[in-house]
Design a protein around this ligand. Structure first.
Ligand SMILES: Cc1ncc(COP(=O)(O)O)c(C=O)c1O
Length: 465
C-alpha cells in the first residue's frame, strides 16, 4: 500500500488526452431535493441530467478511445456471420485463450445462458461472495448460491491483500456435503465486486482448481474485472512483480473451464458481453440458447459495431499504463477519504471506493437502510451519485422471504474508466467529508415500494426525518 499523506500523487499521469468533452450541469440544493424526492430516494431513479458527477457505476459508463470510435465505422451489420464477431472471437482467444465465444447483449445475458445450461433444480453453486445478477440467474435456474469467500472479506478494516480469495476449508466442506452430482460448478469472480472490488490471488485460483479436480467439479469464472485483478496480483503477489498483466490474465483463465464477461467494465465499452468456453458440448448448448434469448450466435443482441468496439477494448484493457491510472485514480479518492477520517473498506479496491455506512451512520439500524440514506445525502450535498450495496442490494432469502442481512452495509462510489479528472475526485471527497461532518443528524429511511426482483434498482423510500 502506498503512503498515507493527504491526496498524494505519484509521478504518473493518465495515458490519454481529451479530444471531445461532454458537458455536465451543476444544480442547486433545492433542485437536488426535488429530484431525490421524485426518485424515491433511489439514486438509480434519478435522471442523469440532475447528476453532476456520476459514480453510480463503472458499467457501460467508460470513455472509448479514438480507435474504438473509429471501429464503430467498421460495423458489419449483417444478420449472420458479421466480420466483427470474428474480430471479437480472435480478441478473446488472443487475450484469454478460450476457444469458443457466445456473444450476449451484456453480462447478465451470459449469466442467464450459462446458468440454464449447467444448473438443474436442487443444485448448489459455491462462490466467492454473491453478485446480484449472478446469484439471481443461478436461483432462477433452480440452484442455490453458497458463499465460500474468506472471512476477511466481510471485515471492512481487514487489510489483507487478497480479500476476494476462496476459503478452501469452506469449499471442501460444501464439496463433501453435496458432492459432485449436485455442484455443477464453482462460481469464481475476479475481482469481487460486493466485497469492495477485492482481488483473488493466482495461488488461490490454482488451489481452487486443484480442489475442483480432486472432486471432479468444474470451475467457471466471472472475469468481468480480470485486468484489474491482474494488476493487483502484480502489485501484491510474491513472484509476479515482473510478470506482464497479460500473462497473469492468461494464467488465471487457463485454470478455468469457461467464463462469463460483462464487456461494460474492463473492456471499455458502453454495451456488450459474452460467454467464453472450452467444452464443445457446453458451447453447443449455450449457442443454441443464445438464439432463443439474445439473437443469432454471431451477434447475441449486439450490433456489429458494438462487437468491434469490445474487441478493441479487450486489447486496451490489459495495457499497464491504463491500469495504473485507472486503479490509481480509485486509490487517490479512497486515500483522500480515509485520510479525512471517513470509514472506507480497506484496502481500496479496483473499481470503486466503498464507504462503510454501518460505521458512518451507527445510529441508523440496518432495517432503516443506512447505506441507501447515505447515498441520498451525498447526492444532496453536491450532486454526486453513488449507490447502495447493503441490505437493499442483498434482497430477500428466496426460501424464507426475510431480508438477507449482509455483514457489509456499504455505499459504492464507482469510477467510470477514463471519464473523470483528479479535480472531480477532489470535489467528490469534499462532498463526502461534508456529509461526514453532519453525520450525527442523519436518520434512516422506510421502504415504500419493493419490486420482486433485484429490488435495489427500482425500490422507493421515504425519509424518516
Ligand atoms: C461482477 C459482475 N458480474 C456480472 C455483472 C453483470 O453484468 P451486466 O451489468 O453487463 O449485465 C456485473 C455488473 O455489474 C458485475 O459487476
Amino acid at each position: 500500500m502506498s503512503e498515507s499523506a493527504p491526496v498524494r500523487r505519484h509521478s504518473w499521469a493518465e495515458p490519454y488526452k481529451i479530444k471531445a468533452v461532454e458537458r455536465i450541469r451543476r444544480t442547486t440544493r433545492a433542485e437536488r431535493e426535488e429530484a431525490l424526492a421524485q426518485a424515491g430516494w433511489n439514486t438509480f431513479q434519478l435522471r442523469s441530467r440532475d447528476v453532476f458527477i456520476d459514480l453510480l457505476t463503472d458499467s457501460g459508463t467508460n470513455a472509448m478511445s479514438a480507435e474504438q470510435w473509429a471501429g464503430l465505422m467498421l460495423g458489419d451489420e449483417a444478420y449472420a456471420g458479421s466480420e466483427n464477431f470474428f474480430h471479437l472471437k480472435q480478441a478473446v482467444q488472443d487475450v484469454y485463450g478460450y476457444p469458443f465465444v457466445v456473444p450476449t447483449h451484456q453480462g447478465r445475458g451470459a449469466e442467464h445462458i450459462i446458468s440454464q445450461v449447467l444448473i438443474k433444480p436442487g443444485d448448489v453453486i459455491p462462490g466467492n461472495m454473491y453478485f446480484t445478477t449472478t446469484r439471481l440467474h443461478q436461483e432462477l435456474a433452480g440452484g442455490r448460491f453458497i458463499d465460500v469467500i474468506v472471512d476477511e472479506a466481510h471485515d471492512p478494516l481487514d487489510e489483507s491483500p487478497f480479500k476476494g480469495n476462496v476459503d478452501l476449508v469452506k469449499l471442501r466442506r460444501v464439496f463433501d456435503e453435496y458432492g459432485a452430482d449436485r455442484i455443477p460448478y464453482v462460481s469464481l469472480a475476479v475481482t469481487v465486486n460486493m466485497a469492495g472490488g477485492q482481488p483473488v490471488s493466482v495461488a488461490n485460483v490454482r488451489a481452487v482448481r486443484a480442489l475442483c479436480d480432486e472432486y471432479g467439479i468444474k470451475l467457471y469464472l466471472d472475469k468481468t474485472r480480470i485486468a484489474e485483478n491482474a494488476w493487483f496480483v502484480r502489485q501484491r503477489e510474491a513472484g509476479y512483480q515482473d510478470a506482464p498483466v497479460r500473462q497473469i490474465v492468461r494464467e488465471i483463465c487457463d485454470l478455468t473451464d469457461g467464463a462469463w464477461f460483462s464487456g461494460k467494465k474492463d473492456a471499455l465499452v458502453n454495451i456488450g458481453g459474452y460467454l467464453a468456453l472450452r467444452d464443445p458440448q457446453v458451447f453447443e448448448d449455450a449457442r443454441n440458447l443464445c438464439v432463443v434469448y439474445e439473437g443469432l450466435d454471431t451477434y447475441g443482441g449486439l450490433a456489429g459495431r458494438d462487437m468491434e468496439a469490445m474487441s478493441i477494448g479487450i486489447r486496451e484493457s490489459v495495457d499497464e499504463d491504463h491500469l495504473q491510472a485507472r486503479v490509481g485514480q480509485v486509490e487517490y479518492l479512497g486515500h483522500a477519504l480515509r485520510d479525512g477520517g471517513v470509514p472506507v473498506v480497506l484496502p481500496i479496491g479496483g473499481h470503486a471506493v466503498f464507504l462503510d455506512a454501518a460505521r458512518f451512520l451507527p445510529q441508523v439500524p440496518q432495517e432503516q437502510f443506512p447505506a441507501q440514506r447515505l447515498a441520498g445525502e451525498i447526492y444532496l450535498e453536491a450532486g454526486v451519485r453513488s449507490m447502495e450495496r447493503g441490505i437493499v442490494s442483498a434482497g430477500r432469502n428466496a426460501e424464507t422471504g426475510e431480508h438477507n442481512r449482509p455483514r457489509l452495509e456499504l455505499v459504492r462510489l464507482t469510477l467510470p474508466r477514463r471519464v473523470y479528472t483528479q479535480a472531480h475526485m477532489d470535489v467528490v471527497a469534499e462532498a463526502v467529508l461534508a456529509v461526514w461532518d453532519r453525520r450525527a443528524a442523519v436518520r434512516g429511511l422506510a421502504m415504500s415500494f419493493e419490486p420482486k426482483h433485484l429490488r435495489f434498482f427500482q425500490a422507493r423510500f421515504t425519509p424518516l426525518a
